[in-house]
Design a protein around this ligand. Sequence first.
Ligand SMILES: Cc1ncc(COP(=O)(O)O)c(C=O)c1O
Length: 389
Amino acid sequence: MKQAFDSRIEQAISLRQQQGLLRRTQAIGDGNHRKFALNGERFINFSSNDYLGLAASEELALAYQQAIAKYGSGSGASPLVTGYSTSHANLDSALSEWLGYDNAIFFSSGFAANQALLFSLLEKGDLLLQDRLNHASLMEAGMLSPATMKRYRHGDLSHLASLFVPSTPTFAVTESVFSMDGDIAPVDEFIQQCQLANVMTMVDDAHGIGVLGDDGLGALSQCQRKPDILVVTFGKAFGLNGAAVLCSKAMSEYLTQFARHYIYSTAFSAAHASALLTALTMIQTQVWRREKLSELGAMFREGVAHLPAYVETQTPIKPWVMGDEVNTLALCSELKSNGIWTTAIRPPTVAKDTARLRITLSATHTSSDISALVNCLEESAKELPCQKR
Ligand SMILES: Cc1ncc(COP(=O)(O)O)c(C=O)c1O
């Protein structure tokens, strides 16, 4: 009965509408990521994850164009058919060597990588432990997997340890930098604790790679130890898209046999792999991008740290926690009317009473962009109270 689906769709959308939670795409016009046009207005973009400014980089765009001219634009097949090229193999070697793993297995997105890993690895009777603020891709895969999933309190390693069950195959997963809060997980202690209990570890370094550490090594720059599995995504600091799972030889062999998102999905192209290799070199050598990011972060802190919605972070993710959803949306529109684009994040994406603007900085921002943001936040704070708890 097709009508059942029609009415389900209609009801779900109208409920979203009534709750004021309807999501919409907006077609961003011309611009260079730092600034874009929408409906004839121009905005400074404080919403993207292009932390190092590579998505807008002419150097990277040129390398991509040259690679397309050489290899063509598509891969034409999944990796195990004919979609895996020498460019992929070169990227695998460079990434694995840099991060200290045997192999990198590539996926079309971080979402696919996380799902593929959990689905292929977990069996009934296993225990999956996740930080309760882990990304939707990890949570969803955990819930749908045959394992028992438990969530530990955010960053609370004693709680994590209390959930260990002796003699049960256990897999523990954390993000390195939490995408909505910008805080950094105690990754080294997480790994140490899991190693002591013989628990397998995975760190999702989507927001850390390229950004954390003088060398951009991400989560690993904060650690003496390495997780068994490291996931890095290419849609943030790398300025492109896709993801890699860094792991041991045995694990890469296993994923090649059993990770369905890998086996049954078209590989990203050789040109894309080649552009990713250029992005990797830029991340490794263009230290100025991280320095600029930290200067902009210091400027932001100096301008607004006295305001109650401010939250201190060591990353380019600067949550502006208003608490109340109505005031968060009002602040978001106020900033828009001043040419500043941020994203309002509301429950259920974040906990009740912690509605916020997710403000992100990029190495392409200028000091006048930060001044404009700071001035607007300062002015708005006079009219829109923060009700953070
Ligand atoms: C922590 C984390 N992991 C994974 C993903 C998914 O990555 P992708 O955008 O490449 O699908 C995201 C996306 O924002 C993320 O924040």
